[in-house]
Design a protein around this ligand. Structure first.
Ligand code: CA
Length: 515
């Protein structure tokens, strides 16, 4: 009897709690999705971090950049302060974004080019777009795809690569490789920002001679307006827009719009690069005003797409996400390479998500990884039970919805691969897992191996005490802090079925088989 009373009281308490825990507006319609991700956009390159509402959201200074559209968007969205790109490079990120798999499983362990037949998005991977196509969505892809191994399949010039470079990087992705996207206005990879090209759904080529983010926003707006019958008005839509800028090159006015460059052209480089870890004397520093001009231009084009959703009355029923495939070091640590490293400026990405069902204007330090994005979006959209079994990422919809006691990750895995063996024709036959690392809310640790898979180098930063990562700490594997970081690494390497786990790489450091 006591137990029954207890049970009934518990139910009453839960019901009362649910009633008090006022949920934002409920939606019965299938929500639309608009996911916009420019390439190489630093998390720090958003002005709102320096406004009172977001102050302290990131540990470092924000860049002195103009992003008025993102600033107002962030105020009504959920802003993640610690989202990462686990393998901060174009193709591996994209493979994980769409499939919910780590790069070793998505098929895309390396950047895709014609030298790397082993790196191409698996045709049998069930991507978010495949799932939504099954749920009767219209699916559209705009901009850079960069997920397929290039073959000589130019639809305009059969038997040739679309890219004259050797090895070819750019390619045409035929219908059978589009993973449910029924509308296509895309290319593989191409970095001439004012001379982009695109292949449409049927493989027709367009060379619009227009700054690519502006051109893509025009195409998206036309699609939303359904000007040419691009979609079925009775279906919900899911749109991915991959703008190439602020990707390099960012060397001159040839790479951005004059109106955006105006904001930065008279600012001294040491003011544009005002971070403790930036070196304004590097040759690359000359690119800073052009990089920020590209950011400001992307901000405007993002705002135009959002405005169109508002104008057509769909904003309230659309999940809008702004993110990037990786960051940009932009003269920090004296390194030229913008990406593919564990430094926070490359590893971290913007992640801002807006939907009326999510509480407005809060930041969260969730360590969201790339493979988590697909299941999290499906979870939010009401398709939790459609998340493919193979998915390695986690559905964190509950965190975004502020559900009580939702489990959070303590860390995120870092991955860097390079070419493995090549055959006689110079084609890459395998990838080599050269570095793995871990990031927690306080520390960043990286272990790099040599060709014999022995420890070659370590990096360890206390990000709390040293947010600019200027003090590389000595690593003692018996230090309790390092031990805990290595335990976290072991957890993720096993969970992601990584080569380090399968080959027990550095097992004198990492206890793979501890419970
Ligand atoms: Ca990229």
């Amino acid at each position: 009897m006591y137990r029954i009373t207890y049970l009934i009281s518990a139910i009453i308490i839960i019901m009362a709690f649910s009633a008090c825990n006022k949920r934002p507006k409920q939606n019965t319609k299938q929500p639309n999705l608009v996911y916009i991700f420019p390439d190489q956009m630093r998390k720090q390159a958003m002005n709102f971090w320096d406004t009172p509402q977001f102050k302290g959201g990131i540990r470092t200074k924000a860049d002195p950049v103009k992003t008025p559209q993102l600033d107002s968007f962030a105020k009504e969205a959920v802003v993640l302060t610690n989202a990462v790109s686990n393998c901060p490079l174009c193709s591996p990120h994209r493979g994980s974004l769409f499939s919910g798999l780590y790069p070793g499983k998505s098929g895309v362990a390396l950047n895709c080019n014609a030298e790397r037949p082993i790196s191409s998005l698996r045709e049998d991977a069930i991507c978010i777009s495949d799932v939504l196509a099954e749920e009767n969505y219209n699916l559209a892809y705009f901009g850079k795809w960069h997920l397929d191994f290039p073959t000589p399949n130019d639809p305009v010039n059969p038997g040739h690569y679309v890219d004259p470079r050797r090895p070819a990087w750019d390619t045409y992705s035929p219908k059978e490789k589009r993973h449910g996207f029924d509308y296509w206005y895309s290319y593989g990879t191409w970095d001439v920002h004012k001379d982009p090209h695109y292949y449409d759904t049927d493989g027709n080529r367009y060379d619009p001679k227009e700054w690519s983010p502006k051109h893509e926003a025009n195409q998206v707006i036309s699609y939303l307006k359904n000007e040419k019958g691009q979609r079925d008005n009775n279906k919900p839509f899911a749109i991915f827009v991959s703008m190439n800028p602020p990707h390099n090159p960012y060397n001159s006015i040839d790479d951005c719009l004059e109106e955006d460059y105006e904001h930065y052209k008279n600012t001294p480089l040491n003011e544009l690069l005002h971070r403790d870890n930036a070196n304004p004397n590097m040759a690359k520093a000359q690119s800073a005003p052009f990089y920020f001009a590209n950011v400001t231009g992307v901000d405007r084009e993002f705002g135009r797409i959002v405005q169109q959703l508002k104008d057509m009355g769909e904003y309230e029923n659309t999940i809008v996400v702004f993110s990037s495939d990786h960051g940009e070091t932009m003269c920090s640590q004296n390194i030229k390479d913008p990406k593919n490293n564990i430094f926070t400026e490359a590893f971290d990405v913007p992640f801002i998500i807006k939907w009326p069902e999510l509480q407005e204007g809060f930041t969260d330090n969730l360590l969201l990884g790339t493979p988590d994005i697909m299941p999290t979006l499906l979870g939010l959209m009401g398709y939790e039970d459609k998340i493919p079994e193979e998915v390695q990422g986690t559905n964190y919809a509950g965190v975004l919805q502020k559900k009580e006691a939702y489990r959070r990750p303590k860390s995120a895995l870092y991955i860097r691969n390079v070419n493995g063996e090549k055959n006689d024709e110079g084609l890459v036959q395998s990838y080599f897992p050269v570095a793995r690392g871990i990031k927690t809310h306080q520390y960043t640790l990286e272990l790099v191996i040599d060709e014999n898979k022995q420890l070659k180098k370590t990096r360890l930063y206390n990000d709390d005490a040293d947010p600019y990562q200027m003090n590389d700490l000595a690593v003692d594997k018996n230090d309790p802090i390092v031990k805990e970081l290595l335990q976290e690494m072991a957890y993720w390497l096993k969970k992601s079925d990584d080569p380090w786990y399968n080959e027990r790489i550095l097992s004198d450091w990492i206890s793979y088989d501890d419970k």
